[in-house]
Design a protein around this ligand. Sequence first.
Ligand code: MLT
Length: 262
Amino acid sequence: MRRSSLARRPWPKPMQRTLLLIHGFPLEGSIWQDQVQGLAGSARVLAPDLRGFGADRRPLPRALTMEALADDLRALLDERGAERAVLCGLSMGGYAAMAFAERWPERLDGLILCNTLAAADAEEGRAARERTAIDALEKGSAVIARAMVPTLLSERTRRERPEVAARLEALMARQRPEAIAAASRGMALRPDRMEVLRRLQVPALVITGSRDALMPLPTSEAMHQALRGSRMVVVEGAGHLAHLEAPGPFNEAVAQFLDELP
Ligand code: MLT
């Protein structure tokens, strides 16, 4: 039987939403592997290496500010022809997403903040960041990686899935000391952005792990309160890297959020 020419004509593609995944410190885009695969049906997923991390070799300033990261992210969206996107930032990636939201709210379809906080560092925290920067430069990334793994993953993840801890440590150990130092110094300079969240008028989702030792539950609750009409999801048993420790529930929350966007 002959197929009609109508049957051969391709259907117009529905306009695809862009989901921009922004990694944390000191990580790289590949940390989102489970999301790039798991959310491909929900959006066009971008998971870049931030400046200086992973395979990125752009020049690094002494302090890589969250505003500079936001500039890079906007340039990436321009380059990919994405007028608007849903930004999903993990921890340091969340700081960069909030810096972006402050400057270009009109380019957001939605905001997802994972295991992050809107408050600035206290004096003590800023001093610790400078020590991390010096340690990275003087002792190397492997030392930073070894010290950080226990703070990033929940006790349960480390006990039940030691291979996740091993992969994470190897990933952090291969980051450039200069990038670790610059990002650490840049995070110390970020302002409080709670007011940015209060003003924001786009759909928002806050995700965290019930066992996040770095960003305890109240920090996520405060962002959830500030973001009008936001939803909050607490991933049971996960630590600071909820997306890596529990990709199933994490992806489900993000997919539902994307699905329900206007
Ligand atoms: C991160 O996971 O990106 C960092 O722990 C954030 C921070 O140190 O504030």
